[in-house]
Design a protein around this ligand. Structure first.
Ligand SMILES: C[S@@+](CC[C@H](N)C(=O)[O-])C[C@H]1O[C@@H](n2cnc3c(N)ncnc32)[C@H](O)[C@@H]1O
Length: 480
């Protein structure tokens, strides 16, 4: 009999297959595949290509533009989004850390140079959500910071509300949807709005998504109140995606803390993010990578012949309701909540594989899977990739990574404290505030606040999408 790791289900493989209905689903011979659990927990999907109709619509918009200006603007957008700060100059004054305001130039450069990569990250996350929650049947979706409508392109059946503060982005989104409809691939139920309505009258949505937007909000206070409204606007899922950089990760780690803190009674077992509290957090941050097929317009904008690139992103998916409880008759959905997430590409050595994971117990753990552990765990380990869930417990004790000093197990779980009625409540370790702490937080907030500027302000050039103006064709190549 094939050895079956009891951490996976607490059952034999036969019992497990019978309970989950997995029997007979996969007819490939055993030597060709990983275990069903490994397949279920796979994160990586193949190279992502933007839907052809979206590419055609973008190409039609770009055909009307001055290509060298689009390229110059795109390079500035990369500079701004990568947080390098110095993205241009006004006279002899460099323009430092800021957030770009999306006018026509920025929106045009965005669809030419950035949307294919953000789309690929969104697609990866949504595929994972669909795979892991197969009975999820959302009807409505709110996309906050929709930009050109990137998240909307993934699925045509939902009723969407796309929110964006930039009229140029919303017009671009409408132009793209208009072209798609003309080409016979309409996404029919989309409403765009310039702001998020909230309060008791506001509509709730089955899924709320915000991709690559939270880190573009100008102040931490705005991020906090926006997040509260986003959580309030969902009936079920809140999906946050951001750039796979240290600052993108920090933004989402804080967002996760905030939501779990708001809703502790519903999420009692969710632990403090070990990567966020890690001593090595300046050199290690939680992020993943998705391969993107570069459309011709992206290759031209970048002056590159390479037809693919990697899109780095970080994400968190929060769901309302109780955490699924694992029982011996659980299906993979519940079981997978006990598996570890692989947080860096595994190291394949001779006869063993070294895997760094974020474990369900809330620790960063290094596990080693030797050949002697058995055929299935070893084969799964050899095939495991960055981002996958790994369903096997190691034969030997895992090695835990350090987290910040004073972080006790109680902190990690959330302190026990009593509320006004004397009921026991859990308190998050972060965000407690003495006067000095509050003062420090205010100073930090001021430091972290950034101004919005437009490319017109940076280079003094005035142009609209229809106005073709020459730009300097710098031979620079930057990766996002
Ligand atoms: C980097 S783009 C992301 C677009 C799209 N979600 C994607 O993944 O490609 C960020 C978007 O957030 C929008 N945005 C920034 N601040 C906003 C706010 N306070 N309210 C609504 N939208 C905002 C910007 O106008 C911009 O279109």
């Amino acid at each position: 009999m094939i050895p079956h790791d009891d951490r996976v289900t607490g059952q034999t493989r036969e019992q497990y297959d019978a309970n989950t209905g997995a029997e007979g689903l996969d007819d490939r011979p055993h030597h060709q595949r990983g275990s069903k659990e490994m397949d279920y927990g796979r994160k990586r999907i193949g190279q992502v290509e933007m839907p052809r109709a979206v590419q055609d619509a973008i190409r039609a918009i770009l055909d009307e533009q001055d290509k060298s200006l689009v390229r110059t603007d795109a390079l500035r957008l990369y500079g701004s989004l990568s947080g390098s700060g110095d993205v241009g100059s006004k006279g002899d004054k460099p323009v430092l850390a800021h957030i770009l305001e999306y006018g026509y130039r920025e929106s045009t450069a965005y669809i030419a140079a950035i949307a294919p990569t953000t789309y690929s990250a969104i697609k990866n996350v949504l595929e994972e959500v669909n795979r892991r929650i197969p009975d999820l049947q959302p009807k409505t979706c709110l996309d906050f910071g929709t930009g050109p409508g990137t998240a909307i392109w993934y699925e045509r059946q939902l009723r969407y509300t796309g929110i964006d503060a930039s009229m140029s982005m919303l017009e671009t989104a409408e132009e793209i949807l208009g072209s798609m409809a003309t080409a016979g691939v309409a996404i029919p139920n989309v409403t765009f709005k310039p702001f998020l309505s909230h309060g008791s009258q506001s509509t709730k949505h089955d899924v709320v998504i915000s991709a690559f937007t939270l880190s573009e909000l100008t102040t931490p206070a705005l991020r906090k109140s926006t997040l509260e409204h986003l959580w309030d606007s969902t009936n079920d899922l809140l999906i946050l995606i951001d750039r796979g950089t240290p600052s993108g990760f920090k933004t989402l780690a804080e967002a996760r803390e905030q939501i779990l803190g708001l809703d502790l009674d519903r999420c009692p077992h969710d632990k403090v993010c070990p990567m966020y509290t890690s001593l090595a957090r300046d050199s290690q941050w939680c992020h993943f990578s998705q391969k993107v097929q570069r459309p011709d317009f992206l290759r031209k904008t970048k002056h590159s012949k390479e037809n693919f690139e990697d899109s780095k992103y970080t994400y968190v998916v929060l769901r309302k309701g109780a955490r699924p409880v694992f029982t011996p008759t659980s299906d993979m959905f519940a079981a997978s909540h006990l598996w570890s997430r692989i947080v860096v590409p595994p190291l394949k050595k001779d006869g063993h594989v070294v895997i760094d994971t974020c474990a369900a117990n809330g620790y960063l753990e290094r596990i080693i899977i030797p050949k002697s552990q058995g055929r299935i765990p070893y084969r799964d380990a050899r095939k495991a990739m960055w981002g996958d869930l790994f369903p096997h417990a190691p034969k030997n004790k895992p090695v835990r990574k350090d987290t910040v000093k004073n972080m006790t197990d109680a902190d990690r779980e959330g302190d026990e404290a009593a509320d006004e009625d004397g009921k026991s409540i859990k308190r998050r370790p972060l965000g407690v505030g003495s006067e000095a702490l509050q003062k420090r937080a205010k100073q930090k907030e001021k430091k972290q606040s950034r101004q919005k500027v437009s490319l017109d302000q940076i280079d003094g050039t005035k142009s609209s999408r229809k106005g073709k103006k020459g730009g300097k064709d710098e031979d620079v190549f930057l990766e996002l």
